[in-house]
Unconditional design. Structure first.
Length: 272
């Protein structure tokens, strides 16, 4: 058996989701996936990053890093995925490795043909197929790199992006010192507040709370965590306060939200 550089690849659609486990997971290879329809919940535990992944967006998680990447609605979700050896890609074309986390793309069309061929290559176990798969992975990463550098009309100013990064990287903190964050970028707090509200339509504090609520939704999708665990992970000392806040933002309690997800998963499984 050869030591494959592209370990495996596949396409997951609603008909296959009953066989796909949900919850936090870790791979021995680098993981890259693109949501092409529907939405997914994503959390990158090491960095505290959490997002709702919309079509067409890519997630990249280096080997050994714990993460969650699950559908919000199994009836509509479809994604393409690949697992590959980090050292092989780093040595072969390291400049094409995307940053860990989420990258929005413009068009999946140029990637689809390469990806379908890649899936077929990974089903074979010979050096020729592995060489072909590695070339196809290069083409996929190159196209992702090309699309990722395209200008984004919603691109944030440097000070707002600095604040966003601080929020994502400190998601587990109970509170953030926004005055210190503003000073770290060389501006005053009032200036940062105005720019942030203008560019995101939300206040600094409410945006940070929104990130925590999104992360809570992601963690509620797995039964590995009880509600007290989730509250503590996200910096809430009082789980009852967390539950009240969650309900005020979503309209349902954390328990009801989890039950709705579980009901959806079970009903889909029973249909297949």
């Amino acid at each position: 058996m050869i030591n494959k550089r592209v370990h495996s690849a596949g396409i997951v659609d609603p008909d296959l989701l009953c066989m796909r486990p949900v919850g936090l997971r870790t791979f021995d290879s680098d993981f890259l996936a693109i949501t092409v329809s529907g939405e997914a919940l994503f959390i990158f535990k090491e960095k505290g990053l959490s997002s709702v992944i919309k079509q067409i967006s890519m997630v990249y998680v280096p080997e050994g890093k714990q993460h969650l990447y699950d559908p919000r609605d199994r009836k509509t979700w479809k994604n393409y995925w690949v697992l590959f050896r980090h050292d092989a890609v780093r040595n072969g074309f390291k400049n094409l490795l995307p940053p860990p986390g989420v990258t929005s793309l413009n068009d999946f069309g140029p990637l689809e043909k390469h990806w379908k061929q890649l899936v077929l290559c990974t089903l074979e176990n010979n050096e020729s197929a592995d060489e072909h798969a590695f070339c196809l992975l290069h083409n996929i990463l190159f196209e992702i790199s090309r699309q990722a550098v395209t200008s984004d009309p919603n691109e944030k100013s440097s000070s707002v992006q600095y604040a966003l990064d601080a929020m994502h990287n400190n998601l587990r903190e109970a509170e953030l010192n926004f005055e210190k964050i503003a000073a770290g970028h060389g501006i005053g707090l009032n200036t940062l507040r105005k720019k942030f509200k203008r560019e995101t339509k939300v206040s600094l504090h409410q945006y940070f709370i929104g990130l925590k609520i999104n992360a809570a939704k992601i963690m509620l999708s797995t039964l590995s965590y009880n509600i007290s665990d989730i509250a503590g992970f996200l910096g809430f000392e009082d789980p009852y306060y967390f539950s009240r806040l969650f309900k005020s933002k979503t309209g349902v309690s954390p328990k009801r939200y989890r039950e709705s997800l579980t009901k959806g998963f079970n009903s889909n499984a029973s249909m297949l």
